[in-house]
Design a protein. Structure first.
Length: 167
């Protein structure tokens, strides 16, 4: 329905005095403005939405107090993570030592020097990058029932820690 035609047929400004004419024209301007806004808002909302994301992009997740990046399944995803690795102080890699294949599904726990868990993941790997301050940490990684434990020190250049299972 065309609002301009409907309102033009009902309101004839030439038959109105000055005050009524200004009021009618003001009302018409409001109607046209409202229609313009109503059509512009969906377009602006679509533009304001987050940019399109590839389906296999690794997602950042927040854990109380600890930020980490987990993924690396597939060559492309692993390469994207490796390109960003320098921005993460702790970089963990999980693999099967018998054939050097990456593994996922690792139960990961990282503890600070006081024994407080700073990160717990039920399904880590094959690459897990963690934002942690410099210092000493104890890392426990469990894959297919076999646990590997390591005490590490994160220095100014960060740390690459590799966990390999012979399974």
């Amino acid at each position: 329905m065309d609002l301009r035609r409907t309102h033009a047929a009902r309101i004839d400004p030439s038959r109105m005095d000055g005050a009524r004419r200004r009021a009618a024209l003001g009302m018409a301007a409001l109607i046209v403005g409202a229609a313009a806004i109503a059509t512009a808002l969906p377009a602006q909302a679509a533009q304001a939405k987050a940019p399109a994301v590839e389906e296999d992009v690794t997602m950042f997740e927040m854990v109380p107090g600890t930020v980490y990046l987990n993924g690396g399944v597939g060559h492309e995803q692993a390469e994207r993570m490796r390109r960003d690795a320098r921005n993460w102080p702790l970089r963990l890699t999980f693999s099967d030592k018998s054939n050097h294949e990456f593994v996922a599904g690792v139960r990961l726990k990282i503890f600070d020097p006081s024994g407080r868990a700073v990160l717990r993941l039920q399904d880590a790997g094959p690459l897990t990058f963690v934002q942690l301050p410099q210092g000493d940490y104890r890392i426990t990684a469990r894959y297919r029932g076999e646990a590997l434990e390591r005490t590490v020190h994160i220095g100014t250049g960060g740390l690459d820690a590799n966990f390999h299972w012979l399974i």
